[in-house]
Ligand binder design. Sequence first.
Ligand code: CP
Ligand code: NVA
Length: 299
Amino acid sequence: MQHLLSMSDVKDQVFEIIELAEDLKSGKITDKPLEAKSLGMIFEKSSTRTRVSFEVGMYQLGGQALYLSSDDMQLGRGETIADTARVLSRYLDGIMIRAKKHSNVEELAKYSTIPVISGLTDMEHPCQIFADLLTIKEYKGDFNRKLVFIGDGNNVCNSLLLAGAYTGMDVTVACPEGYEPDKDIYELAKKEAKKTGSIIKIEHDVYTAVKDADILYTDVWVSMGDEEEKEERERIFKDYQINMNLVNKAKEDVIVMHCLPAIRDQEITDEVMLSSHSAIWDQAENRLHAQKAIMYKLL
Ligand code: CP
Ligand code: NVA
Protein backbone atom coordinates (compact mmCIF):
# COMPACT_ATOMS: atom_id res chain seq x y z
CA MET A 1 0.00 0.00 0.00
CA GLN A 2 1.29 3.41 -0.94
CA HIS A 3 0.32 6.98 0.00
CA LEU A 4 0.88 10.14 -2.06
CA LEU A 5 1.47 13.06 0.28
CA SER A 6 4.59 14.42 -1.39
CA MET A 7 6.28 14.11 -4.77
CA SER A 8 9.01 12.31 -2.84
CA ASP A 9 6.58 9.43 -2.12
CA VAL A 10 6.58 8.50 -5.81
CA LYS A 11 10.03 9.64 -6.85
CA ASP A 12 10.78 6.36 -8.64
CA GLN A 13 7.37 6.21 -10.32
CA VAL A 14 7.09 9.70 -11.77
CA PHE A 15 7.63 8.65 -15.41
CA GLU A 16 5.40 5.59 -15.01
CA ILE A 17 2.51 7.72 -13.72
CA ILE A 18 2.94 10.25 -16.56
CA GLU A 19 2.87 7.42 -19.13
CA LEU A 20 -0.22 5.96 -17.49
CA ALA A 21 -1.90 9.37 -17.71
CA GLU A 22 -0.96 9.58 -21.42
CA ASP A 23 -2.47 6.14 -22.07
CA LEU A 24 -5.64 7.01 -20.18
CA LYS A 25 -5.95 10.28 -22.09
CA SER A 26 -5.32 8.75 -25.52
CA GLY A 27 -7.77 5.91 -24.92
CA LYS A 28 -5.10 3.21 -25.04
CA ILE A 29 -6.30 2.10 -21.61
CA THR A 30 -10.05 1.71 -21.48
CA ASP A 31 -10.59 -0.81 -18.70
CA LYS A 32 -12.38 0.06 -15.49
CA PRO A 33 -10.05 -1.26 -12.81
CA LEU A 34 -11.77 0.53 -9.94
CA GLU A 35 -15.18 -1.13 -10.36
CA ALA A 36 -16.97 -1.38 -6.99
CA LYS A 37 -14.27 0.74 -5.34
CA SER A 38 -14.96 3.92 -3.37
CA LEU A 39 -12.86 7.02 -2.80
CA GLY A 40 -13.62 9.36 0.10
CA MET A 41 -12.72 12.98 -0.64
CA ILE A 42 -12.24 15.09 2.50
CA PHE A 43 -12.09 18.85 1.92
CA GLU A 44 -11.04 21.38 4.56
CA LYS A 45 -10.63 24.05 1.86
CA SER A 46 -12.43 25.09 -1.35
CA SER A 47 -11.82 23.35 -4.66
CA THR A 48 -13.06 23.29 -8.24
CA ARG A 49 -10.53 21.25 -10.24
CA THR A 50 -9.40 18.78 -7.61
CA ARG A 51 -12.90 17.84 -6.58
CA VAL A 52 -14.29 17.52 -10.09
CA SER A 53 -11.29 15.71 -11.58
CA PHE A 54 -11.18 13.12 -8.81
CA GLU A 55 -14.94 12.60 -8.79
CA VAL A 56 -15.28 12.30 -12.57
CA GLY A 57 -12.03 10.32 -12.80
CA MET A 58 -13.23 7.82 -10.25
CA TYR A 59 -16.51 7.41 -12.15
CA GLN A 60 -14.67 6.91 -15.45
CA LEU A 61 -12.52 4.18 -13.88
CA GLY A 62 -15.62 2.32 -12.72
CA GLY A 63 -15.72 3.45 -9.09
CA GLN A 64 -17.51 6.08 -7.05
CA ALA A 65 -16.36 9.08 -5.07
CA LEU A 66 -17.88 10.62 -1.94
CA TYR A 67 -17.49 14.33 -1.20
CA LEU A 68 -16.89 14.79 2.53
CA SER A 69 -16.75 18.35 3.82
CA SER A 70 -14.70 18.36 7.00
CA ASP A 71 -17.24 20.81 8.51
CA ASP A 72 -19.96 18.20 8.18
CA MET A 73 -17.89 15.35 9.57
CA GLN A 74 -17.39 14.54 13.24
CA LEU A 75 -13.79 15.66 12.64
CA GLY A 76 -15.13 19.20 12.98
CA ARG A 77 -16.59 18.29 16.40
CA GLY A 78 -13.47 16.80 17.92
CA GLU A 79 -13.26 13.23 16.62
CA THR A 80 -9.59 12.51 16.18
CA ILE A 81 -7.86 12.14 12.84
CA ALA A 82 -6.65 8.69 13.93
CA ASP A 83 -10.17 7.45 14.69
CA THR A 84 -11.45 8.92 11.43
CA ALA A 85 -8.69 7.06 9.56
CA ARG A 86 -9.41 3.78 11.33
CA VAL A 87 -13.13 3.95 10.54
CA LEU A 88 -12.92 5.24 6.96
CA SER A 89 -10.43 2.46 6.19
CA ARG A 90 -13.23 -0.03 6.92
CA TYR A 91 -15.56 1.47 4.29
CA LEU A 92 -13.41 2.94 1.57
CA ASP A 93 -10.63 1.88 -0.82
CA GLY A 94 -8.81 5.22 -0.78
CA ILE A 95 -8.94 8.70 0.73
CA MET A 96 -8.16 11.95 -1.03
CA ILE A 97 -7.77 14.86 1.36
CA ARG A 98 -7.28 18.61 0.92
CA ALA A 99 -6.11 19.85 4.30
CA LYS A 100 -4.94 22.99 6.00
CA LYS A 101 -1.99 21.32 7.68
CA HIS A 102 0.37 18.83 6.06
CA SER A 103 0.95 17.19 9.46
CA ASN A 104 -2.76 16.32 9.66
CA VAL A 105 -2.52 14.42 6.38
CA GLU A 106 0.54 12.58 7.66
CA GLU A 107 -1.47 11.66 10.75
CA LEU A 108 -4.36 10.43 8.61
CA ALA A 109 -1.99 8.31 6.51
CA LYS A 110 -0.33 6.89 9.62
CA TYR A 111 -3.61 5.39 10.87
CA SER A 112 -5.17 4.49 7.49
CA THR A 113 -4.94 0.99 6.11
CA ILE A 114 -5.90 2.30 2.65
CA PRO A 115 -3.97 4.70 0.37
CA VAL A 116 -4.16 8.40 1.25
CA ILE A 117 -3.70 10.95 -1.54
CA SER A 118 -3.06 14.61 -0.79
CA GLY A 119 -5.18 16.99 -2.82
CA LEU A 120 -3.15 19.96 -1.49
CA THR A 121 -1.79 20.99 1.88
CA ASP A 122 0.16 24.03 3.03
CA MET A 123 3.33 22.15 2.01
CA GLU A 124 2.71 20.41 -1.33
CA HIS A 125 0.29 19.77 -4.20
CA PRO A 126 1.55 16.58 -5.90
CA CYS A 127 -1.62 15.80 -7.87
CA GLN A 128 -1.43 19.19 -9.57
CA ILE A 129 2.16 18.56 -10.50
CA PHE A 130 1.40 15.30 -12.34
CA ALA A 131 -1.02 17.26 -14.55
CA ASP A 132 1.74 19.83 -15.08
CA LEU A 133 4.33 17.22 -16.06
CA LEU A 134 1.90 15.65 -18.52
CA THR A 135 1.27 19.10 -20.02
CA ILE A 136 4.98 19.88 -20.32
CA LYS A 137 5.58 16.54 -22.03
CA GLU A 138 2.75 17.22 -24.49
CA TYR A 139 3.97 20.72 -25.37
CA LYS A 140 7.72 20.25 -25.18
CA GLY A 141 8.24 16.51 -25.74
CA ASP A 142 10.75 16.10 -22.89
CA PHE A 143 11.86 17.54 -19.55
CA ASN A 144 15.22 18.79 -20.71
CA ARG A 145 13.84 22.30 -20.21
CA LYS A 146 13.99 25.35 -17.99
CA LEU A 147 10.89 26.10 -15.91
CA VAL A 148 10.67 29.40 -14.04
CA PHE A 149 8.18 29.57 -11.20
CA ILE A 150 7.26 33.21 -10.55
CA GLY A 151 5.67 34.29 -7.28
CA ASP A 152 5.13 32.71 -3.89
CA GLY A 153 7.38 29.79 -2.90
CA ASN A 154 4.29 27.90 -1.76
CA ASN A 155 2.84 24.38 -1.92
CA VAL A 156 2.75 24.25 -5.74
CA CYS A 157 6.28 25.63 -5.98
CA ASN A 158 7.59 23.07 -3.46
CA SER A 159 6.18 20.15 -5.42
CA LEU A 160 7.46 21.59 -8.70
CA LEU A 161 10.99 21.77 -7.29
CA LEU A 162 10.91 18.06 -6.47
CA ALA A 163 9.34 17.24 -9.84
CA GLY A 164 12.13 19.13 -11.58
CA ALA A 165 14.77 17.28 -9.61
CA TYR A 166 13.25 13.86 -10.36
CA THR A 167 12.67 14.48 -14.08
CA GLY A 168 15.88 16.38 -14.82
CA MET A 169 14.10 19.67 -15.51
CA ASP A 170 15.76 22.92 -14.44
CA VAL A 171 13.59 24.92 -12.04
CA THR A 172 14.29 28.53 -11.08
CA VAL A 173 12.07 30.13 -8.45
CA ALA A 174 11.69 33.89 -8.92
CA CYS A 175 10.27 35.22 -5.66
CA PRO A 176 10.54 38.20 -3.33
CA GLU A 177 12.87 37.82 -0.38
CA GLY A 178 11.10 36.12 2.49
CA TYR A 179 8.81 34.11 0.18
CA GLU A 180 11.25 31.36 -0.80
CA PRO A 181 10.12 27.72 -0.98
CA ASP A 182 10.33 25.44 2.05
CA LYS A 183 13.97 25.12 3.08
CA ASP A 184 13.96 21.32 3.57
CA ILE A 185 12.23 20.69 0.25
CA TYR A 186 14.62 23.06 -1.52
CA GLU A 187 17.62 21.23 -0.05
CA LEU A 188 16.12 17.84 -0.94
CA ALA A 189 15.42 19.01 -4.49
CA LYS A 190 18.99 20.26 -4.88
CA LYS A 191 20.34 16.94 -3.61
CA GLU A 192 18.10 14.89 -5.95
CA ALA A 193 18.89 17.22 -8.85
CA LYS A 194 22.53 16.21 -8.67
CA LYS A 195 21.47 12.69 -9.74
CA THR A 196 19.48 13.85 -12.79
CA GLY A 197 21.61 16.84 -13.74
CA SER A 198 18.93 19.48 -13.30
CA ILE A 199 19.63 22.95 -11.92
CA ILE A 200 17.48 24.11 -9.03
CA LYS A 201 17.82 27.72 -7.92
CA ILE A 202 16.22 30.80 -6.42
CA GLU A 203 16.50 34.18 -8.11
CA HIS A 204 14.98 37.38 -6.75
CA ASP A 205 15.21 39.36 -10.00
CA VAL A 206 12.38 38.19 -12.21
CA TYR A 207 13.92 39.45 -15.48
CA THR A 208 17.18 37.59 -14.83
CA ALA A 209 15.19 34.47 -13.95
CA VAL A 210 13.10 34.28 -17.13
CA LYS A 211 16.04 34.44 -19.52
CA ASP A 212 16.00 31.32 -21.75
CA ALA A 213 12.90 29.96 -20.02
CA ASP A 214 10.87 27.28 -21.84
CA ILE A 215 8.06 27.39 -19.29
CA LEU A 216 6.77 30.21 -17.08
CA TYR A 217 4.58 29.09 -14.19
CA THR A 218 2.70 31.06 -11.59
CA ASP A 219 0.17 30.69 -8.80
CA VAL A 220 -1.91 33.09 -6.72
CA TRP A 221 -0.14 35.59 -4.46
CA VAL A 222 -2.63 34.91 -1.68
CA SER A 223 -3.08 31.19 -1.13
CA MET A 224 -5.97 29.69 0.84
CA GLY A 225 -5.15 30.41 4.46
CA ASP A 226 -3.07 33.54 3.68
CA GLU A 227 -6.08 35.86 3.38
CA GLU A 228 -5.09 37.96 6.41
CA GLU A 229 -1.89 38.98 4.56
CA LYS A 230 -3.74 39.94 1.38
CA GLU A 231 -2.82 43.64 1.21
CA GLU A 232 0.78 43.10 2.24
CA ARG A 233 1.23 40.33 -0.31
CA GLU A 234 -0.33 42.33 -3.13
CA ARG A 235 2.23 45.06 -2.45
CA ILE A 236 5.23 42.73 -2.10
CA PHE A 237 4.45 40.61 -5.17
CA LYS A 238 3.52 43.45 -7.55
CA ASP A 239 6.68 43.06 -9.66
CA TYR A 240 6.18 39.30 -9.97
CA GLN A 241 3.41 39.35 -12.55
CA ILE A 242 3.40 37.32 -15.75
CA ASN A 243 2.47 39.90 -18.40
CA MET A 244 3.35 40.09 -22.12
CA ASN A 245 6.41 42.18 -21.38
CA LEU A 246 7.83 39.38 -19.23
CA VAL A 247 6.74 36.62 -21.64
CA ASN A 248 8.69 38.41 -24.39
CA LYS A 249 11.87 38.15 -22.30
CA ALA A 250 11.72 34.35 -22.28
CA LYS A 251 12.25 31.97 -25.24
CA GLU A 252 10.12 32.71 -28.26
CA ASP A 253 8.17 29.45 -27.90
CA VAL A 254 7.77 29.74 -24.12
CA ILE A 255 4.59 28.26 -22.65
CA VAL A 256 2.79 29.77 -19.68
CA MET A 257 1.24 27.64 -16.97
CA HIS A 258 -0.96 28.34 -13.95
CA CYS A 259 -2.47 25.77 -11.59
CA LEU A 260 -5.62 27.98 -11.26
CA PRO A 261 -7.63 29.63 -9.88
CA ALA A 262 -6.07 32.80 -11.36
CA ILE A 263 -6.57 36.33 -10.12
CA ARG A 264 -6.48 38.52 -13.23
CA ASP A 265 -4.03 41.42 -13.21
CA GLN A 266 -2.34 40.19 -10.07
CA GLU A 267 -0.04 37.22 -10.78
CA ILE A 268 -1.04 37.04 -14.46
CA THR A 269 -2.78 39.20 -17.05
CA ASP A 270 -5.82 38.20 -19.04
CA GLU A 271 -3.82 38.85 -22.21
CA VAL A 272 -1.26 36.17 -21.29
CA MET A 273 -3.88 33.69 -20.14
CA LEU A 274 -5.65 33.90 -23.49
CA SER A 275 -2.51 34.21 -25.62
CA SER A 276 -0.97 31.55 -27.87
CA HIS A 277 1.67 30.99 -25.15
CA SER A 278 -0.94 29.76 -22.69
CA ALA A 279 -1.02 26.03 -21.90
CA ILE A 280 -3.33 26.72 -18.97
CA TRP A 281 -6.54 25.16 -20.28
CA ASP A 282 -4.84 21.95 -21.39
CA GLN A 283 -3.09 21.92 -18.01
CA ALA A 284 -6.48 22.16 -16.27
CA GLU A 285 -7.89 19.34 -18.42
CA ASN A 286 -4.88 17.21 -17.58
CA ARG A 287 -5.86 17.21 -13.91
CA LEU A 288 -8.47 14.62 -14.93
CA HIS A 289 -6.03 12.33 -16.75
CA ALA A 290 -3.35 12.70 -14.09
CA GLN A 291 -5.72 12.02 -11.22
CA LYS A 292 -6.98 8.90 -12.98
CA ALA A 293 -3.40 7.69 -13.39
CA ILE A 294 -2.69 8.26 -9.70
CA MET A 295 -5.83 6.39 -8.62
CA TYR A 296 -5.12 3.61 -11.15
CA LYS A 297 -1.68 3.18 -9.64
CA LEU A 298 -2.45 3.56 -5.93
CA LEU A 299 -5.92 2.08 -5.56
N1 CP B 1 -5.43 23.79 -9.01
C1 CP B 1 -6.30 23.34 -8.10
O1 CP B 1 -5.98 22.53 -7.22
O2 CP B 1 -7.56 23.83 -8.25
P1 CP B 1 -8.73 23.73 -7.21
O3 CP B 1 -8.34 24.53 -6.00
O4 CP B 1 -9.93 24.31 -7.92
O5 CP B 1 -8.94 22.29 -6.84
N1 NVA C 1 -1.26 27.92 -3.70
C1 NVA C 1 -2.68 27.83 -3.91
C2 NVA C 1 -2.99 26.70 -4.84
C3 NVA C 1 -4.43 26.57 -5.20
C4 NVA C 1 -4.68 25.39 -6.07
C5 NVA C 1 -3.37 27.67 -2.56
O1 NVA C 1 -2.85 26.94 -1.72
O2 NVA C 1 -4.41 28.28 -2.36
